[in-house]
Write a protein that binds this ligand. Structure first.
Ligand SMILES: O=C(O)C1=C[C@@H](OP(=O)(O)O)[C@@H](O)[C@H](O)C1
Ligand SMILES: C=C(OP(=O)(O)O)C(=O)O
Length: 455
């Protein structure tokens, strides 16, 4: 395969939405005890984070994994068993690399251990073990939970019994993960819990809980308030998990900046709290068409078509916009680099506490490619150019990913899009599997060789 294809064309089915799939898997523990008629959850193209969370839920005893292949995960959801470890010998669940898995499980376990004796410890890989967990633990403690972190990070232990009560809380960070954790806990907290966020965040929790019959509402914008009344039980229902908007993002940017591209992405999630990248790219001049599907589940989906856009305008992303684009910012940096003029990202310091310091690594990647970028404490400034390099004159350079899937995929797209005069090689391309196991195969499949010079 050419790393620098002359054309990108074809159809790509992106992996399952990992926010939605992990919420549904974790909900399997909260649907009541040992369900008589257990529902099945079917997840097509599960990434490694989804699989980690499925294994954690199986180890908890809440579900069985009936099918697990590269293309399909089928789980039967039974509800959590009565016994969940013991205070002197906690059950240990490994969340792998998944921040969503660990944080949402903290809330779900606080709910499960509200009225039972037991203890569960959540662990993760080295990246996850360096990420902040007090942002979830502290508000859960305010609800009555007994949670210990290790100096603010994993391992995290939740101990019961610790009865919960409803709260009215304003969170300092617009985090959908913290919001979701508190919503899971609120199911076990009698009364009305109100959670106010300083800005927008993805609303998968509200959609999924409402789909499962829970009284939950979100109001306001850009500051949002979610209200949920407990005690409540999730009535699990079968539904199809759409493709992940953040995985589709790589192809949206790739086709937009590549000089000759035409890609079709069927069954991608179109949740309005996740489509900011489409709006942003269109604002820059991208050629994107969206055709919605007929859907009945909690999440809308549709087919996205995207073609090359010869001239892109620069853009500034700041304030509340950063939360709507939080996982897409490393790949959006490439669109900024391909636009004629200076683009800016501000107010995105949150990127520094993801799987890696994504501000530092994105800037290092662009610098290695010869792109004019300045790192700032909460973002970057990029002076882009519409120039493309169909052949690579400069020698390839390897960049650091720190095991971050989104940096590894951005590096491959940076090379494939002809944005730089050299190939940029991720030091660990396989970490893409965290969210997108088939990424390299999909890139190969849409690559047309023609007479493209090989690199
Ligand atoms: O709720 C979710 O599923 C997620 C929320 C975001 O994290 P924060 O809530 O920490 O911003 C996002 O970065 C993550 O990939 C998934
Ligand atoms: C930040 C991410 O995921 P998580 O927080 O679930 O590890 C991501 O997928 O970009």
């Amino acid at each position: 395969m050419s790393l620098r294809p002359a054309r990108l064309a074809g159809t790509i089915t992106v992996p399952a939405n990992k926010s939605v799939a992990q919420r549904a898997l974790i909900a399997s523990a909260l649907a009541g005890e040992r369900l008589a008629d257990p529902p099945q959850l079917r997840i097509e193209n599960p990434g490694a984070d989804i699989v980690s969370t499925a294994h954690a839920m199986a180890d908890l005893g809440a579900l069985s994994i009936d099918v697990l292949t590269d293309d399909l995960l089928v789980a039967t959801c039974y509800g959590a068993p009565e016994t969940l470890g013991a205070p002197d010998s906690p059950l240990v669940l490994d969340c792998g690399n998944s921040g969503t898995g660990m944080r949402l499980l903290m809330g779900a376990l606080a709910g499960l251990l509200a009225d039972r004796e037991g203890a569960v410890t959540l662990t993760g890989d080295s990246s996850l073990s360096s990420r902040p967990m007090e942002r979830v633990a502290a508000p859960l403690r305010e609800m009555g939970a007994r949670i210990e972190t290790s100096k603010g990070t994993a391992p995290v232990t939740i101990t019961g019994p610790a009865p919960l009560h409803s709260i009215d809380i304003e969170l300092p960070v617009p985090s959908a993960q913290v919001l979701a954790a508190l919503c899971f806990a609120a199911l076990a907290a009698p009364g009305t819990t109100r959670i106010t966020l300083p800005g927008p965040s993805r609303d998968h929790t509200e959609r999924f809980f409402a789909f499962c019959g829970v009284d939950i509402r979100r109001e306001g914008a850009p500051q949002t308030r979610t209200t949920i009344t407990g005690p409540a039980r999730l009535a699990l229902r079968e539904f199809s998990v759409p493709g992940d908007e953040s995985s589709a993002a790589f192809w949206l940017v790739a086709a937009t900046i590549h000089p000759d591209a035409d890609l079709t992405l069927p069954s991608v999630g179109l949740n309005p709290t996740r489509t900011a990248l489409i709006a942003t790219l269109r604002h820059m001049g991208a050629d994107i068409t969206v055709t919605p599907d007929d859907t009945t589940g909690p999440e809308p989906s549709g087919t996205i078509e995207v073609r090359s856009a010869p001239l892109l305008s620069p853009i500034t992303i700041a304030g509340a916009e950063t939360a709507d684009l939080i996982d897409e910012l490393p790949i959006l940096a490439l669109a900024m680099a391909g636009a004629g003029g200076t683009s800016e990202l501000r107010d995105a310091a949150e990127m520094r506490v993801k799987e890696s310091d994504r501000i530092a690594l994105t800037c290092a990647m662009l610098t290695a490619a010869g792109i004019d970028v300045t790192e700032t404490p909460d973002g970057w400034r990029i002076t882009g150019s519409p120039r493309r390099y169909p052949s690579a004159d400069a020698p390839p350079v390897t960049i650091r990913t720190d095991g971050d899937h989104r940096i590894a995929m951005a590096a491959a797209i940076l090379t494939a899009s002809q944005l730089a005069p050299r190939a940029i090689i991720a030091d660990d391309p396989h970490c893409a599997a965290v969210s997108y196991p088939g990424f390299a195969a999909d890139l190969a499949a849409v690559t047309e060789r023609r007479d493209a010079p090989q690199q």
